[in-house]
Design a binder for this molecule. Structure first.
Ligand SMILES: [Zn+2]
Length: 245
């Protein structure tokens, strides 16, 4: 089974192109979270939270009913590059959601664009599993690794040196694959991408992981799938797991 640990849903029809993929779909506001919830199944899981781009439009309270039905909380974080959202509001919304994650023992998925150093320091206060999505900064990678973060490999791993550093330096038991959805995939590859290319894109990431760690593509596939399991269950107590909660 392939793993897409972070994707935005383009439309319900997309699921038919993900027959061999377990996807953690990301809802960034109540509308997209509800859309994903309606599709949720064994291979389509929900993660949701207030995206930093929406920090002034959506509150953590708006998202809480959906967060409670999610496998993970996020993507959440800070962004100083791709949004004009007020940074103090972003910080407040981010920390509020980290507190929710900690209280509910939910793993978090992080968006760190341009704010990598500050986010790394904030995260040290939190003990839930942390997945850094598409990390693409030349600095701080070792600090994130040192505090036990998981990582998704950005789809531009062939052209982006910072993403290649993630590929080389993150331990194989903490790396996952992602597309970030069709739009992001098209952005990463700088060409239009069709839904029937999703699984091949994930296989390409697996081949890159396999090559770096000297394992087969099949073994990389298995490891990445196991990494998603451990990321998603690591935030729960033994009692919750025993109760299936
Ligand atoms: Zn995303």
């Amino acid at each position: 089974m392939l793993t897409d640990a972070h994707a935005h849903l383009t439309g319900p029809g997309e699921l038919s192109y993900r027959a061999h993929t377990r996807t953690l779909f990301c809802g960034t506001d109540p509308q997209t979270a509800a859309q994903i919830l309606a599709l949720q199944g064994d291979n389509a899981l929900l993660s949701c939270g207030v995206h930093p781009w929406h920090a002034q439009k959506v509150t953590p309270g708006d998202m809480l009913p959906f967060i409670r039905q999610s496998a993970a909380l996020g993507e959440i974080g800070l962004d100083s590059v791709w949004t004009d959202a007020d940074m103090d509001v972003q910080r407040r919304v981010f920390v509020e959601q980290l507190e929710i994650a900690e209280a509910l023992r939910m793993p978090v998925i992080l968006h760190t664009k341009g704010m990598e150093g500050e986010i790394e320091r904030i995260l040290r206060r939190y003990t839930v599993p942390k997945l850094v999505h598409w990390y693409a900064c030349e600095r701080y990678l070792e600090d994130y690794i040192a505090q036990g973060c998981w990582f998704t490999l950005g789809p531009d791993y062939e052209s982006n040196p910072a993403v290649q550093a993630v590929l080389r330096r993150v331990p194989p038991d903490r790396i996952l694959t992602e597309t970030d959805g069709l739009e992001a995939l098209a952005w990463a590859l700088n060409r239009p991408v069709a839904a029937d290319e999703i699984e091949e894109a994930l296989r390409g990431e697996l081949r890159a992981i396999a090559a770096v760690h000297g394992i087969s593509e099949a073994e990389a596939e298995q490891r990445v799938s196991g990494n998603l399991d451990r990321f998603l269950t690591g935030g729960k107590s033994r009692n919750q797991q025993a109760a299936g909660g």
